[in-house]
Design a protein around this ligand. Structure first.
Ligand SMILES: [Zn+2]
Length: 398
């Protein structure tokens, strides 16, 4: 016997549009029905959904799982507390990813994840300036063996780093173009989706020319170039927005919002308020990023909402809500912004069982107070989060 829950008469965002006066019945396996009048017969918890909006469990399309298991647990726990039930990890320790996938499979307390695992970077390239060691490559002929090792590690997709350090105000070695092309081909030959970190306009051109499937960031070093935007649109290349990681804490002020501060673990709250020197995160980045994402969206490029949490001035879970606000600031409708954090990343990453509210899909759900359709900031008015139909406890930290 499965515990069933009925949310009655809510506004339901189904992954594409808002359905007023709609009820959703679900159990700990899946969504049973989505209709105006659903029968609550039998053993069933009933929640009055009037003046509330029900969302699919949110998907953060760009995070990093910390390499220490305890931090990885906190990171994925904070994500769920903020309604982020699935994350796409753009670079992490394969053993930690495997451990967290196993945990997410048995407890609703941690967000489920898909991961690039070890990223492809040049010797000494980003993110090695932060310390640690990674296998690297520098010649095109090394690409197939590099990709085979990622498949053996359990990587769900391939990530290629194209970064000369400009984005961070440092200097970094990076790949020559032929390596990018060879890695993209090797990834595709292995059946992997290929994602490129290319936050500079020149590198974005390389990535598009090589045929990658997704850009991991908005282009932020220059205002958007029309040839880049139209090439992305023509090829159907998706873009992870990651506007939050280019925004200074002084601009977003997210840590001062009691809806964030109450539920975010203190270490992450501190990280969210961290000052980043303008040398490493110039104000032009967020301005260029907002314009780039708007131009891409207007041209029909699929945008995926991602945060790059937990980089400085971001935090797991909480920052995705800021990302939604920034998408709306850049010109998205509230429905388009929410699709970027639900159905669209699910589609791009082949997660067919989630990202929408429809019968038969996983019961990953977030109930928030108010009409999100009119005001995107209501996504922070979280009342309940369910992962696979089990309500997640939201612990108060202050
Ligand atoms: Zn990243």
């Amino acid at each position: 016997m499965h515990m069933r829950t009925l949310i009655a008469n809510a506004t339901v965002f189904n992954g594409a549009r808002f359905l007023p006066g709609t009820s959703v019945l679900f159990d700990d396996e899946s969504i049973i029905g989505v209709e105006a009048d659903l029968d609550a017969r039998g053993d069933c918890r009933v929640i009055d959904g009037r003046s509330h909006t029900l969302l699919p469990g949110l998907i953060d399309a760009h995070v990093h799982t910390p390499s220490i298991l305890g931090f990885a647990e906190s990171s994925l726990r904070n994500a769920v507390v903020f309604g982020v039930t699935t994350v796409i990890d753009l670079g992490a320790e394969p053993a930690v990813v495997a451990a967290m996938k196993a945990r997410a499979a048995v407890t609703p307390a941690f967000a489920d994840l898909r991961s690039a695992g070890v990223v492809a970077t040049a010797p000494g390239g980003h993110p090695l300036e932060l310390g640690g060691e990674l296998p690297t490559l520098s010649r095109p002929e090394e690409a197939p063996a590099f990709v085979a090792a990622r498949v053996a590690d359990g990587s769900d997709f391939l990530k290629i780093i194209l970064e000369d350090g400009t984005t961070y105000g440092i200097e970094s070695p990076t790949f020559d173009y032929p390596v990018v092309e060879a890695l993209t081909k090797a990834g595709h030959d292995a059946g992997l989706l290929v994602v490129a970190h290319a936050a500079g306009q020149g590198f974005a051109r390389w990535a598009i020319r090589a045929g990658v499937d997704v850009l991991a960031h908005a282009v932020v070093d220059e205002p958007p170039a029309s040839d880049v935007v139209s090439a992305l649109a023509d090829r159907g290349t998706a873009v992870m927005s990651t506007l939050t990681v280019f925004e200074a804490a002084e601009r977003h002020q997210l840590w001062t919002d009691p809806r964030v501060a109450t539920y975010l673990e203190p270490s992450f709250l501190e990280r969210l308020s961290e000052h980043v020197a303008p040398k490493h995160r110039p104000a032009t980045q967020i301005e260029n990023g907002l314009r780039f994402i708007r131009a891409c969206h207007d041209a029909g490029v699929p945008i995926l909402a991602g945060t790059d949490a937990p980089n400085p001035a971001t935090a797991p879970g909480a920052s995705l809500h800021r990302e939604l606000q920034l998408l709306v600031e850049s010109g998205f409708s509230t429905a388009d912004a929410l699709a970027a954090a639900t159905s669209r990343p699910a589609g791009v990453f082949g997660l067919r069982d989630r990202g929408r509210i429809a019968a038969g899909l996983r019961s990953d759900l977030v109930l928030v107070a108010g009409e999100v359709e009119r005001d995107i900031s209501h996504t922070l008015e979280i009342r309940n989060v369910w992962r696979q139909g089990v309500e997640v406890e939201r612990v108060r930290h202050q």
